[in-house]
Design a binder for this molecule. Structure first.
Ligand SMILES: [Zn+2]
Ligand SMILES: [Zn+2]
Length: 180
């Protein structure tokens, strides 16, 4: 059975609450589709964190790892990528928000809010997934990509367009040499 994503602040014990989640991530699909460019598919997500409470402030410190499916930026084939990283959140009750006259320090800008007694981990987990998505994914380091002229996948097929370009260059070079 999947862990609840809602944490009741009152139930966080003094020594902290260990929260572990490992699942296919289907619960996050809707949220991710609303917030991110849906150019990836979430296949698996693992979260391991410790939730502690200092008076009304809730600290969440942990690690996320996920597997996503995206497409290779060079050959456009589907590619699975492992992503992840550490995260740290400080959450204060939303009522403390009404301090607009106070200048926010860099540290305070990292602070999020929770409403009532409940912390919903959905937005935190989704934010971490999005933050860890690489700007470009490629199926392998030596991916040859698609032929710029005929569009063929050069990892599996070969075409003659490339040869033509080389031949043309050679011809130019030969002419140049003759001139000298
Ligand atoms: Zn590729
Ligand atoms: Zn070609």
């Amino acid at each position: 059975m999947a862990n609840s994503l809602k944490i009741n602040v009152i139930n966080i014990p003094e020594e902290g609450l260990k929260y572990v989640l490992s699942e296919d991530g289907s619960r996050f699909k809707e949220y991710l589709a609303d917030t991110a460019e849906p150019d990836f598919v979430l296949l698996n997500v693992d979260v391991d964190c410790l939730i502690t409470k200092m008076s009304a402030t809730v600290l969440i410190k942990g690690k996320l790892s996920a597997i996503i499916e995206s497409c290779c930026c060079r050959c456009l084939e589907d590619v699975r990528v492992s992503i992840g990283g550490d995260f740290n959140y400080s959450l204060v009750p939303a009522t403390a928000e009404a301090r607009e006259d106070v200048e926010l320090t860099a540290e305070e800008l990292e602070i999020s809010h929770y409403h009532g007694d409940t912390i919903d981990l959905t937005s935190i987990i989704c934010e971490q997934i999005i933050l860890n998505i690489p700007i470009k994914t490629s199926c392998r380091e030596e991916c040859k990509g698609l032929c710029a002229q005929c569009g063929i996948n050069l990892n599996t097929y070969s075409c003659n367009c490339h040869l033509d370009v080389v031949d043309h260059r050679m011809a130019v070079l030969k002419k140049f040499k003759v001139k000298n």
